[in-house]
Design a protein around this ligand. Sequence first.
Ligand code: NDP
Length: 449
Amino acid sequence: MPDYDYDLFVIGAGSGGTRASRVAAAHGARVAVAEEYRVGGTCVIRGCVPKKLLVYGSHFAEDLKDAKRFGWDVPDRCAFSWPTLRDNVMAEVDRINGAYTATLENNGVEIINARAVVTGPNSLRLGDGREVTAKTILVAVGAHPAIPECPGHEHGITSNEVFDLPDIPKRILIAGAGYIANEFAGIFHQFGAHVTLINRSKEILRGYDLAIRDRLLQISMMKGLEFRFDATFRGIEKHDDGCLTVSMSGHEPITVDLVLFATGRVPNTHGLGLESAGVAINDRGAICVDADNRSTCPSIFAVGDVTDRIQLTPIAIREGQAFADTFFGGKPTRIDYDCVPSAVFSHPPMAGVGLTETQARQKLGTVRVYTADFRPMKNVLAGRDERALYKMVCHGETDRIVGIHMIGPDVPEMMQVAAVAVKAGLTKADFDATVALHPTMAEELVLLR
Ligand code: NDP
């Protein structure tokens, strides 16, 4: 007779939890996963997937304008229906949610549609009051948007609510200048809203290469987006007509129709009962784990955004897979966090892998930097004055590529392949030895000077 109700109990059916549940069950474990909202988690339900579909939808605003230069008879003002796009996107989310659920069920994973909290190293309490036990517990509950403490903060929304908006407001203020802020700034701008980003520091997209994010800032300002820096949120006052006046340090107040908070995400550890099992949490509220995703309680593990590593879906999926293979498949696996590519789906998008120029100079001393700064041929014919910028950072002594950073149309699609080259340790000479594929934007990667 087994000692526990389950071999593995997973809390959270997002990217990491779903992968771990499915793979552990396929390895023969008795697995249950508890999900209090919807199977699929942030990425599928209110993150990467619906956001990317909105990016596609919003890009038509520029494409339709450009089409005229390519000979198409397009009216000066094309009508856009937000409810149509929103509802189609949500229907696609429902479809993927169904597919995720079916995958879990087909692998014999029991799905429990309830909140679960930890009550000890091997025990949990479910939303209906039921107590269950498990030999191993995996916490994969993700994170939630941070909301600055300020009077009137309840009048703002976060990326959780953005997909349900009844219409696109005329004036939008976005607090923050990271991934979510820049992606939604582009989306809303293309839908015709006036967008103002405010950030507490002088920078956007900290962590990305300086020249690349500077280019995004220039292009965004050229398109009409407004930026206010060194501005700390003071509060929001709501008027009878529904307008919101936002006050901030160092700048005049601004009145808008919608405030979107995009100021980082906080791990969902609060109220999870982790203290009952001695699971240590760091000062940012994240579960501390070792290289095998094990917490300070030997039977409790954690993957994804609830840990303090890299908040990206593919990382959560890899961690979930590695956990399941290691502990249920007899195949010890650890994640290599080096050279993780990432992209911001702004207008235009940007992407990067490896060290930025600044990081490389600090770490390696001598570096060589090669760039291509060009106007893509499609932009030239369209009369669009937006230049792409590609940058390759190499070790000064070995010529080995340590970073590639790009901004321009479709660069995230190129970055995946570029990341293989950086990960494989290729040199600038290897790129030079490859014949250009003409005419593409990607060929600039092998023609860098
Ligand atoms: P980011 O960490 O990207 O950016 C946070 C922004 O908010 C920064 O501009 C930061 O300022 C500012 N900020 C942070 N804390 C405060 C505060 N207390 N008060 C005021 N401003 C603050 O977070 P996002 O919310 O945009 O996204 C969360 C995470 O989700 C990302 O880190 C990313 O990992 C993931 N994500 C990934 C996407 C992708 O892969 N394309 C898309 C969307 C999200 P400063 O930098 O000046 O300190």
